[in-house]
Design a protein around this ligand. Structure first.
Ligand code: PLP
Length: 394
């Protein structure tokens, strides 16, 4: 059966070049880089090279730190709990954190936990396009605000948020600024020399690197207490033996994906737009957010009257992988939380389907998806009208 993967905001395929680069570190180059013998020493230049790729990809000023973590969830927890321990616990008069209502659960749930422990949190709502303006974020600032955490791009809608503007406002007011850039790397230019971000989260498996490895950029002067205590790895800032093969994979994957950003914004965007234009012809569909302000690979579409799960099932039977929401929540058949936050129409939350492409998506796959999706809508609408008729006469 044909297989088409359109769930790249959940995770991506490993770039074959990255896989090749990682291979020796499972076999002959398996030393612990903190060991003083040749096995340890011989892997260090490769680690340095990989770290260099990440600094270059983010244009991070050199003395600043990139902390390697196990995933973006850990990076987000490190920032939010770190700010709580370093600032809020010491000075409760500065206990206010601002975020958006549509962050990933690793931000939202951590902030609810901190709220239960005395922090004051403002969850700023998005508008009907899934967008939140810099003015709306700035209006939430009080003299108690210590941190603003705002994702660079939303995982469900692909909407790109005004991170540069909000970071500048935060800097001017002496407020720390964190961005979860998981969905931005390789899609939106990220330049830490230009944007005054203090903390930035990323995750390798969202840009064709391995799963189970991520990072956190920390600007010089904004250091945080450790989340994991123990060994002296990562300059004593995060304990645990370094995952050498995965760090090397993440470095190359980031270099590769940032190197493909133009392709993403031309070829992949063109495929996405062709798919979107075709699906928009289906009667009673809503596509969330202005596509010029979305990441070039994402569509969140709602087809009135058709449950997201029913649609997902039909697509899956034809070999197409899509999603009804964040993979972290998709085991429960709940309403799409971002659609609920957009809040315009409660039905949207149950009918949303996310299609997310990658630089490996082909034109043939898009043609096939247009055909399958259109036929699935016809089939499911026919079933529901037969059901409605039977109910009426029965
Ligand atoms: N932040 C965003 C915006 C995401 O989309 C995801 C994954 O879906 C995460 C954080 C969590 O990433 P990880 O799987 O690396 O913990």
């Amino acid at each position: 059966m044909k297989r088409v993967y359109l769930d790249n905001n959940a995770t991506t395929k490993l770039d074959p070049l990255v896989k090749m680069k990682m291979q020796p570190f499972f076999e002959e180059l398996y030393g612990n880089p903190n060991s003083l013998h040749q096995y340890g020493m011989e892997v260090r230049p490769y680690l340095n090279e990989a770290m260099g790729y990440m600094y270059d990809a983010l244009n991070a000023p050199d003395p600043d730190d990139i902390l390697i973590t196990s995933c973006a969830t850990e990076s987000n927890n490190t920032v939010l709990k770190g700010v709580y321990f370093k600032h809020i616990l010491r000075d409760p008069s500065k206990n206010h954190i601002i975020t958006t209502a549509v962050e990933h659960p690793s931000v939202l749930e951590t902030l609810h936990f901190l709220e239960d422990n005395g922090a004051e949190i403002t969850f700023v709502d998005v508008d009907e396009n899934g967008y939140v303006s810099a003015e709306r974020m700035a209006a939430a600032i009080t003299d108690k605000t210590v941190l603003i955490s705002m994702m660079w791009a939303n995982n469900e809608t692909g909407m790109i948020f005004p991170v540069e503007e909000v970071a500048a406002i935060a800097r001017e007011k002496g407020i720390l600024f964190h961005t979860d850039a998981v969905q931005a790397i390789g899609k939106v230019p990220v330049d830490l020399t230009r944007t005054p971000v203090d903390y930035l989260t990323f995750s390798a498996h969202k840009f064709h690197g391995p799963k189970g490895i991520g990072g956190l950029y920390v600007r010089k002067g904004c250091e945080l207490p450790n989340l994991l205590h123990g060994g002296e790895q990562m300059g004593g800032k995060r304990a645990g033996t370094l995952n050498v093969a995965y760090i090397i994979g993440m470095g190359l994957a980031m270099k590769q994906s940032v190197g493909h950003i133009e392709k993403m914004n031309s070829d992949v965007r063109a495929l996405r737009d062709r798919l979107e234009d075709a699906l928009a012809l289906i009667p009673e569909t809503i596509i969330v957010g202005d596509r010029a302000r979305r990441t070039p690979n994402t569509i969140l579409i709602s087809v009135r009257g058709i449950e997201g799960e029913a649609m997902l099932w039909d697509l899956n039977r034809a070999g197409i992988a899509a999603s009804t929401g964040s993979a972290c929540a998709s085991e429960s058949l709940e309403a799409n939380p971002v659609m609920s936050a957009i809040g315009e129409d409660p039905e949207l939350a149950h009918t949303a389907i996310r299609l997310s492409l990658s630089r490996f998506t082909t034109s043939d796959e898009i043609d096939y998806t247009i055909d399958v999706f259109t036929r699935a809508v016809e089939r499911l609408r026919a079933i529901s009208s037969t059901y409605a008729y039977t109910n009426e006469v029965g």
